[in-house]
Design a protein around this ligand. Structure first.
Ligand SMILES: Nc1ncnc2c1ncn2[C@@H]1O[C@H](COP(=O)(O)OP(=O)(O)OP(=O)(O)O)[C@@H](O)[C@H]1O
Ligand SMILES: [Mg+2]
Length: 316
């Protein structure tokens, strides 16, 4: 059977797919091949949500943001693409890292987006280096099995190559780092991209800008408490009507954000008591202990110390 030949217009067809319309080869079996390893996505974002009711880190943000800003000229002579946010547990290092990262991405400083990994170093089963790498590369469309079939050195080389091919500047966020080597492994090969890291103890042997966090001041601590207590109840007025008791509570929490969160949860669990009552009862409960936020008597890894602020009932 004679095949129909294409007309002059159709001959000039420039489509980018295989065109079988004029073929004489009969049945054709097509095979689709997805080459994930070669196709880094243009924009990624695996950042967890920024914390709600975030407050009180303006001064340190003023120092971190210029490091992330590609147009900042403050640091031209000594630009290091790594920021470390450090501080004792519960002080808010992860919260600040997430907040600053979202801010930087939203400002358009990272058109390639952000990659995030939580190493869970203080949990019972911290991530292995391999798992951390897999978490970082999976939003890029990389197939884990293929990556893991490479020898370790090649895996990191491949990861850096993926980053090098990205058209947009990308932020890499590594939460809960304990050793500088964990950061060094996932450093991009070029300083176009940036790395933001959190670490309780700090990483003095890493060439990085390090920012050590302290407790929130009283104004910020009260702001956080007031915002959190209001969550879930539009009629909640205790923070407004008891400013002095609110300040006492912020002081009892020693300005440590995790304590403030727990205290707010305690108040939400007990909507029928005043803040003054709550403070009074907390003082009794805290009396035999050291102030919250102390680093002594750490619970075993993966187990969180029972918070004195929560699970409290008027009858207890
Ligand atoms: N500035 C802040 N304003 C409001 N909430 C905050 C602030 N900083 C931290 N938080 C909240 O306090 C809690 C503890 O903060 P976060 O998890 O960041 O502590 P951390 O320093 O990372 O502790 P860890 O070392 O144990 O990981 C979280 O619920 C977080 O959302
Ligand atoms: Mg953390």
């Amino acid at each position: 059977m004679a095949s129909q030949e294409p007309g002059p217009d159709e001959m000039s067809y420039q489509g980018d797919h295989v065109d079988f319309r004029w073929s004489r080869i009969g049945l054709v079996t097509g095979k689709e091949q997805h080459d994930h390893l070669d196709r880094p996505q243009a924009t990624v974002n695996s950042l967890p949500a920024a914390p709600v009711a975030f407050a009180g880190r303006g001064a340190v943000l003023d120092k971190i943001l210029p490091v992330l800003n590609p147009d900042s000229d403050d640091l031209d002579t000594n630009r290091l693409p790594i920021c470390v946010i450090s501080g004792p547990k519960g002080i808010g290092t992860s919260a600040l890292a997430k907040f600053a990262s979202h801010l930087a991405v939203n400002k358009g400083w990272f058109p390639g987006g952000a990659l995030y990994v939580d190493l869970q170093s203080h949990a019972k089963d911290p991530l292995t280096d391999n798992d951390a790498l897999l978490v970082l590369v999976s939003p890029l469309g990389v197939q884990g099995a293929e990556l893991m079939s490479m020898i370790p050195v090649a895996r990191y080389g491949y990861y850096r190559d993926c980053l090098a091919q990205r058209p947009g500047r990308t932020l890499i966020v590594v939460d809960h780092v304990v050793r500088a080597s964990q950061v060094e492994l996932v450093m991009p090969g070029e300083d176009r991209h940036c790395v933001l890291v959190t670490s309780r103890g700090g990483l003095p042997d890493l060439d990085a800008h390090e920012f050590r966090l302290r407790a929130l001041d009283q104004v910020a601590a009260c702001e956080v408490l007031a915002a959190l207590v209001r969550i879930g109840d539009a009629h909640e007025k205790r923070a407004e009507t008891e400013p002095e008791a609110l300040r006492d509570l912020a002081e009892l929490c020693a300005g440590v954000p995790r304590n403030l969160r727990d205290a707010a949860t305690g108040l939400r669990q007990n909507r029928d008591i005043t803040i003054e009552e709550y403070v009074h009862l907390l003082r009794d409960r805290l009396a035999p202990q050291r102030m919250p936020g102390a680093l002594e008597n750490e619970p075993p890894p993966g187990r969180r110390k029972r918070s004195p602020f929560m699970n409290w009932r008027r009858s207890s």
